[in-house]
Design a protein around this ligand. Structure first.
Ligand code: AHR
Length: 353
């Protein structure tokens, strides 16, 4: 090899070695970001607050919006490094993710518990490691000493709102009957079927107990059928189809989220029946997604009790308070409305999800 060629080869080697060192210092070829770090973990920049977030799944538009809201608020620009994992509706996946966050010694663990029971062991491990745990959307049963705070909905209040809407609706209907030649219906049985969400979850337990609290005041309200549709369209349809086969005369369907409501509506239509105040049965839903609100506007859903998924900013504020050494509340409830045909048009244009 000529002298000049040797020099060129040496120079090339130096450039390649320098390039590789830089690459390694910056985290290598496969540096993950919060967006693509599903179930993967990595070291974070030193100044950022490291948060491990275990989401329970992606069963609904509500859930996707909840995840996005947290990812947006806990961004690098806002001073956070977010590790995200999706448990795909399995409690063991959430436990595994939480253990992963403990072994990484993240600054905070945030999680939305699939159901309320079964968290004592793993949350005791987090407590022993000195990592604060923040619950979002759903709670755990008892064991209040194992988490710092809860940010989410008042699920029992949501259930009560559904019951109170039905109470008002029935009052108006009876009044109308009394004014017309129709027989007043007051003491006639009101046959209700309930499609519940994931059994043992805060949203299922809270919405059920809140609604039952109101229902128990009315002797003629009969919950004739109750079954879980797991918060999904497919299950909602399946369970509603079973209800329609079992009962001839369903007056009210209370469906604990919009996805199950969409599935239930398909089953009702396929059975040749209709929903709405002028239809065969009244339909009450929860969440308030844009698609459901369009159906409230058209009258097919009579009442949709809002469950507000926009919890990210409140979560960021609470973590910043904790970082500043300030006291925080044991629970923070997000604001929620009740949508009906009377008020829905005012909210639809700005509905983001
Ligand atoms: O816990 C909140 C509930 O979970 C929402 O109503 C539902 O859509 C979601 O899957």
């Amino acid at each position: 090899m000529m002298k000049n060629e040797k020099r060129l080869v040496m120079a090339l080697i130096v450039v390649v070695v320098l390039f590789l060192s830089l690459l390694i210092a910056n985290g290598g070829f496969h540096k993950t970001t919060p967006e693509n770090s599903d179930d993967e973990h990595e070291l974070a920049d030193e100044d950022l607050i490291v948060v491990g977030f275990s989401q329970l799944g992606s069963e609904s538009v509500w859930r996707a919006t909840h995840t996005q809201s947290i990812q947006k608020a806990l961004s690098k620009e806002n001073g956070f490094f977010l590790q995200y994992s999706n448990a795909r509706q399995k409690q063991e996946n959430q436990i595994k993710a939480i253990r992963g966050y403990i072994s990484q010694r993240v600054d905070y663990i945030v999680f939305s518990p699939l159901m309320e029971d079964g968290w004592e062991t793993v949350l005791t491990e987090a407590k022993d490691a000195g990592i604060p745990v923040i619950l979002v959307d759903r709670k755990i049963s008892g064991a209040e000493e194992l988490y710092t705070t809860y940010i989410g909905s008042d699920m029992a209040a949501e259930g009560r709102k559904a019951g109170e809407w039905l109470e008002e609706y029935e009052k108006k209907r009876n009044k109308k009957d009394q004014q017309s030649d129709d027989e007043p219906q007051e003491d006639e049985d009101l046959n209700i079927v309930m499609l519940t969400g994931t059994l043992g979850s805060t949203s299922q337990r809270g919405r059920s107990s809140g609604f039952e609290e109101v229902a128990s005041k009315h002797l003629n309200w009969k919950v004739v059928g109750l079954s879980s549709g797991d918060f999904t369209v497919v299950k909602g349809k399946e369970v509603m189809a079973q209800m329609l086969r079992r009962f001839d005369d369903i007056d009210v369907v209370v469906s604990q989220n919009d996805e199950m409501t969409f599935g239930a509506m398909e089953a009702i239509e396929e059975a040749g029946k209709s929903t709405g105040t002028n239809g065969d049965m009244v339909l009450i839903s929860f969440d308030g997604s844009r698609e459901a609100l369009e159906l409230v506007k058209s009258g097919k859903i009579s009442c949709d009790v809002e469950c507000n998924p926009l919890q990210g900013q409140l979560l960021a504020d609470v973590i910043n308070k904790l970082e500043a050494g300030e006291q925080v509340e044991k629970e923070y409830f997000v604001e929620e409305l009740v949508f009906t045909q009377e008020n829905v048009s005012a909210y639809l244009p700005n509905r983001a999800y």
